[in-house]
Every structure is written in C-alpha cells, then in structure tokens.
Design a protein around this ligand. Structure first.
Ligand SMILES: Nc1ncnc2c1ncn2[C@@H]1O[C@H](COP(=O)(O)OP(=O)(O)O)[C@@H](O)[C@H]1O
Ligand SMILES: CC(C)(COP(=O)(O)O)[C@@H](O)C(=O)NCCC(=O)O
Length: 712
C-alpha cells in the first residue's frame, strides 16, 4: 500500500483509475511468420515461441546473506549481450541487448558464458541449440555514432563487451580450443557500411558481419515498431504532436520515406512484401553537406538551431518578389509562397558573407523538406497510398522539419494523405537487422510485452557519453550533485525542439520556444530503452484485451496535466522522506533520495515543455516513470517501512476480522483488494482516512459504503 499523493483531489474530479495490473505472467505458444521478400528470398524468423531452459537452475550466492539471490540458468542458451548494426552514409546505428539481471550480482563474464554455452552444446551433441531460441527478458538500447568516427563506435562496442559471443553461442576467444573458436562472432549488419567496413570490424573486433539487405531491414524494423510499440507513430501539425494508433490488422499499404543521407521511398503491402518505388539523391546528406559549406556550422544541430532564428525571405525568391507584392491568385499562389528557393542569391551584388547564416539555414531546411515531401506525395498518389511514414535521422525529431513536411503533404494532397513520423525514426534498419537474428522470436511479441523506460543514465552518441554510465549508481549521483551544486537544471535525456509555423504559402519565422535544441547526444532522439518482458500476457478474462486501456486519466488536457504535475511536485519531498526512511535514513540513502528528486524533477520539467516527449502521457505512465526513477536510484520500495508497520497492525486484528466474516469470504476478499488498489492510487479521501484511522477502517468503509459498478 502506498500513500501516493498528499494534495487534495476531493470531490472535484471523479476518476476511475485502474492499475496496470491486467497483465499476468505467462508464456504461450504462437506461430511465427516466414515472410517472403519480393526477391523471393526468405526472411528467417524463429520457428517456435521460445521457452526458458530451467534445467540445472541454481541459486547463485548465499540465501542467508542475500535477500534476492540471483538464479543462474546455466543451460539457458543465450544470456548474452549482443547487437546489430546499421552503418549508413552518415550515421552508424546500433541496437543492442542487455539482460535484465543486475550484473553486479551475477558476475558471469562473457568468457564464462562462452564456457557454459560450450558445455551446453557438448551436452546436446552440438545439435539442437540452434533450434531453441528463447526470447529473453532484457533491454533493447538504441545508440548512434557518426560514420566517419567509426572508431568511437568500435570502442563503445568493446567497452560494453557486446561482441564476444556470437548468436549461436560459439566462442570467439582465440585461446579457446573449442570447435568454431576461430570463426569469431557473427553480427547482423545492414547499410552500405556493412560492406565498406566489414574488414575493419573483423580486424578490430574479430567479428564477421552477416549482411542483411537495407530495404528488407527498414521494412522489417518499421513493421515491428508499428505492430509492437505503443505510441510509435505520430502526426506533427503546427507544432502539435498527436500519436496515431495503428491497427496491426490494418497497417498496409503504406509508403515509407526513409530520409537518411539519400532518400528511399518504399511501398509496403504486407509483412516482407514491398517495393522500392522511388528515391532521391537530395536528402539528409544534402542538407548537412550544403548547410555546412554555406553556414560554416560545426554540427548538424547547429544548422537546425540557426534555422530557428532565420528568415528565409531574405534568401528565397517569393511569388510576391516576382509579382510586385501581389498574390498569383489564378493558380493559387500567395505572395509569400516560395517561388524559387535561394532565388534571391542570384543577385550579383551580394556574396555569401552578405547573407545571414540563420536565413540560409532556414531556406535550405525548407527547400529540402518541401522537395522530399512533394516527391513522397507524388509517389503516394501514383500508388493510391494515403499513409506516409517518414523515417531516417534527417527528421531528428525536429518540430519545424516535421511541420514543414506535414504541411507540404497536406497541401499537395488537399488533405487526402497524411504524413506520419516515428519515434525510432533513424533506427528502422538497425532494428530490422536485429530482428533478423533467428533466435529472438521478437517479431512475435505483442505491445504488452514491451515497456519503454527513460532512464537518467548516459545516452551515448557520437562516441561521447553524456552523463554517468547507465549502471553506475555512484557516478550517476555524483553527476546529479555536480549539476545541483552548479545550480544547473538537469534536463531529461530527450531533446526539445522549437515548433514553428510553416507553409508553402508562408515564410513565417519559426517561433522558438526554447532558445536552443538540446544536444544531439543528450537527445537519444525521443527513444528510451525498450524493456522486453516476454512473459507478460493480457489478463485472459478481459472482455476485449485489445481495447483494454489501463490508463484512464489522459494528461493531454492542459489543466489536468498541470494539476497532476503540481501534485507530484509538491508531494516529492514527502516521497523522498518516506523512501529514505524506508532505507534507514542513512546518509547514503539521503544522497540517493536527493538525486532521485533531482532526476524526477528533470523529467517533469521535460514533460512540461513537451508533454508527448515519451509517448502519450497518462497518469499511469507518469507514476510508472516516477517508480522507475526511484528504482534507478535503488529505492526498490519507497513504502517498505509503512508496509511493515501496516502489516504488523493488520496481523494483530486479523483474527477478529476473520471471526466477523460470514460466508461471503470471496466477495470480502475482492472488495478488500479493490479498496487497497484504489487507495494505492492515492485518492485524497483515502489518504485522509488513513491518517485518522487504520487499515481496518478503510477496509470496513470500502465494504459498507463504496458502491461501484463491479461485477461481483
Ligand atoms: N549528429 C548528426 N550527424 C550527422 N547527420 C545527422 C546528425 N543528426 C541528424 N543527421 C541527419 O541524418 C542524416 C543521416 O540519417 P540516417 O538515417 O542515419 O542515414 P544514413 O543511414 O545514410 O546514415 C544525415 O544526412 C543528416 O541529415
Ligand atoms: C543508396 C541509399 C539506399 C543508401 O541509404 P542511406 O545510407 O542514405 O540511408 C540511399 O542513399 C538512397 O536511396 N539514395 C537515393 C538514390 C536515388 O534513388 O536516387
């Protein structure tokens, strides 16, 4: 039981909050798909739903000393971190997996793991391991690097030890005498760099790249995201982000426009059924390359930042410039429509240095975005498609870019087609490559089996680690303290971008809400860490599990959101006190408590700026975020001390209570559970009751007074 909120919510709102408890842990068997690519090549997927191999399971460490000893599953075939890589013309994208378990408690080194796997293989006569592919509980991380700094990527892989074992458990250690030891790990790779850098990766990491086709991977990655990840796709119009619920049974056809260095346009008709229908060499590389030359910017983000302060009418030739300030009404062009991007620069009297870098940056961004959007629309028209997904890192979650593309698609299609964007925009290929490992069976997972988390840890991009390493608690706290001491506001690891107005007919200056973009490294580009909980299944007695929505308080309403943000902020000191108290109130716990408060405040600040930053915001997701934040700072149960006290009080009155109960025991039990559940979510009335009385009184009140539309 937890006292979640202090401040009042009495009477004014009448919400029903259900806990996300409608999932239960169970594994079940589903058939896998074996999609056929257009070229006729089979995309291999796991033939069966995975099982945990529990044989030989043993407690690791002493049960007396350790309250939560780790359980070793020595015969579990693939408890290994590993990755897939997409090496593009501009950026390297890495998707890597890490196990759930606390590595400090289960010090299984990759070498040990290889040994375990070798023994396992021997015991199976080298046979069936390849055919048992358990889906693992663990986390999927998303990281990117600049391709021209590939060595930083290699260092990252080495530092995280992602590469020592290959996907079928073959040892990669040169000194290991076992069969296959010289083969090295086999890593799934896509993008042109999978060919270009194969030798380099072999030399430096000893890994062999198993190349997967780039288009196959893009499509597989996007299909997976649309089917599996909640709040993946969204529209972006006039600075407003709106998540789109995609029906997994009605996803096709659609057009994927992947804006990387160049642009590929792919018509997707089904799982593994697609055709690259078009492309253009005027893409993200063009923007970055030309932009660098023209503005002398040092980074991609610098150009985006410049563009936020620019006025393109100083560079672009507008219809009004040509028509003496008039609209060209007959063909529907207003005076402010861009007639010719960079058209004003034809004037012989001006040099590059006479133009403002900001204006050039905006003009370029609009030129490239409009052009791609227009080609996309024409292809959608050509094939009768109305849904267009834009991916690739050119988008970079940048509001102005998305608004511009949306405007152009809407304008040209007269509202018939819709531009949609993706939170994992640039990771489609890497994800597709990761999914192509036979063993995961990931493609069969459902949205219930993923949870996205946004840790305060160190997002890493371009080789630079921002903030503390994700698993180092002490480093993380020190980092928080350092910033607190400086009086700096720590922002959660996601970027803000300035929404602005745009339009074919307008040249309005973008309205920068924040002064600057958050650094690309801190961005993690609206992408959190995906936790795989493959054993989660929807509660089978739900009337319509697909439509079940556990979060009933939607925080997209400004007032509602502000209300809850204030409640959570004002309750924070009490929560920290409770959490620290539950850990004995030690100095160490206080330090962690302060760091937790700082981290959670940073998340709230981030969400105040951009409520949809982490997906659709509801009260349930906000509370989960807070819980996750507590766990990040190792408060596994903030209410432990209260629970202990309450349990003791409850046990003291239990005999009397049992005597009171009549035949309706089951009903009483369910009512009690529901009452506790409601209390858990912090109704003010319950909190007050709890202050004045005891748990037994709450229970009695729930039985006698509360009348809800329960079925029992
Ligand atoms: N930090 C960055 N460095 C370079 N390019 C970036 C960065 N962030 C976004 N971009 C944009 O992303 C494009 C690359 O997108 P991406 O989808 O990774 O394609 P590719 O596979 O060709 O590398 C670049 O051309 C540039 O427009
Ligand atoms: C060659 C590519 C598939 C490589 O992918 P990228 O690294 O740009 O993501 C892409 O750059 C592209 O589709 N270029 C456009 C070529 C054209 O159709 O004109």
């Amino acid at each position: 039981m937890s006292e979640s909120f202090e401040a009042s919510k009495v009477g004014t709102r009448n919400h029903t909050v259900e806990k996300q408890g409608a999932y239960l842990q169970e594994s079940h068997q589903t058939d896998s798909v074996n999609p056929v690519t257009p070229a006729g090549s089979m995309m291999h997927r796991s033939p069966s739903r995975p099982q945990l191999d529990l044989s030989g399971a043993a407690i690791h460490g002493s049960q007396e000393e350790d309250r939560t000893p780790a359980i070793l599953l020595p015969n579990q075939s693939d408890d290994i971190s590993h990755f897939a890589i997409d090496i593009g013309g501009s950026l390297i994208k890495l998707v890597y997996f890490s196990r759930h378990s606390d590595s400090s408690k289960t010090p299984i080194t990759p070498r040990k793991m290889c040994g375990l796997l070798e023994r396992r293989r021997e015991s199976l006569n080298g046979g069936s391991l390849r055919h048992t592919f358990p889906v693992l509980g663990g986390r999927l991380h998303f990281v990117k690097f600049e391709t021209n700094k590939i060595n930083e990527c290699i260092e990252f892989i080495e530092s995280k030890k992602l590469h020592p074992c290959n996907i079928i458990g073959e040892s990669t250690y040169k000194d290991d005498a076992s069969e296959g030891a010289d083969d090295g790990a086999v890593i799934k790779a896509t993008g042109g760099g999978a060919f270009k850098y194969a030798e380099l990766l072999k030399d430096k990491l000893g890994v062999t790249l198993d190349k997967e086709d780039e288009m196959d991977c893009l499509v597989a990655g996007l299909n997976f995201l649309l089917k599996t990840i909640r709040d993946e796709a969204f529209t972006h119009v006039d600075g407003q982000k709106q998540f789109v619920q995609i029906d997994p049974n009605d996803m096709f056809p659609y057009l994927l426009v992947n804006i990387g260095s160049g642009v590929s346009m792919i018509k997707v008709d089904g799982e593994g059924e697609f055709q690259r229908v078009s492309g253009t060499n005027v893409g993200g590389g063009t923007f970055w390359g030309l932009g660098r030359l023209l503005t002398n910017s040092k980074s991609f983000d610098e150009i985006l930042e410049l563009s936020q302060k620019g006025d393109n009418s100083a560079v672009d030739m507008l219809v009004g410039d040509i028509y003496g300030g008039l609209d060209y009404n007959k063909i529907g062009l207003s005076a402010s429509t861009i007639a010719s991007s960079f058209g004003k620069a034809t004037s012989g009297s001006k040099d590059l240095s006479d133009y403002k870098r900001e204006d050039i940056a905006l003009s370029l961004l609009r030129m490239i975005s409009y052009n791609i959007a227009q080609i996309a629309y024409l292809n959608a028209l050509r094939y009768g498609l109305t849904r267009i997904f834009f991916g690739g890192f050119f988008i970079r979650g940048h509001a102005y870019t998305m608004d511009t593309i949306s405007f152009a698609v809407g304008f040209w299609s007269k509202g018939e087609a819709q531009a949609m964007f993706l939170r994992h925009e640039g990771f489609l290929g890497a994800l597709g490559a990761f999914l192509s490992y036979d063993k995961h069976g990931l493609a069969n997972l459902t949205s219930h089996q993923f949870v996205e988390r946004f840790p305060m840890g160190a997002p890493c991009a371009g080789g630079e680690i921002q903030g503390p390493p994700i698993h180092d608690l002490n480093g993380k706290i020190t980092w928080m303290e350092k910033f607190m001491a400086k009086g700096n506001e720590i922002m959660a690891p996601v970027p803000t971008s300035a929404p602005g107005t745009t339009g074919v007919g307008g040249f309005g200056r973008p309205l920068a809400r924040s002064g600057s973009l958050r650094s690309d490294s801190s961005a993690a580009l609206n992408v959190g860490v995906l936790w795989l909980v493959p054993t989660l299944e929807p509660f089978p007695l739900l009337k319509d599990p697909k439509r079940y929505e556990p979060s009933t308080i939607d925080l997209s309403d400004d007032d509602e959101r502000e209300y809850w943000f204030n409640i959570l902020s004002s309750h924070l000191p009490t929560l920290v006190g409770t959490a620290v108290g539950s850990e004995g109130g030690t100095d160490g716990a206080k330090r962690r408590g302060d760091a937790f408060a700082q981290a959670f405040r940073a998340h709230l600040a981030r969400l105040r700026q951009e409520p949809a930053a982490y997906g659709k915001l509801s009260l349930a997701t906000l509370l989960e975020l807070r819980e996750e934040c507590l766990r990040e700072f190792h408060f596994m149960d903030a209410y432990r001390a209260i629970k202990q006290r309450e349990n003791e009080a409850s046990l003291a009155v239990l005999p009397d209570l049992l005597n009171e109960l009549d035949d309706a025991r089951l009903l009483a039990l369910i009512e009690g559970v529901l009452a506790a559940n409601i209390f858990d979510w912090g109704s003010h009335a319950c909190v007050e009751l709890y202050r004045k009385g005891t748990i037994i009184e709450i229970y009695r009140m729930s039985r006698n007074k509360m009348r809800r539309p329960w079925r029992v």
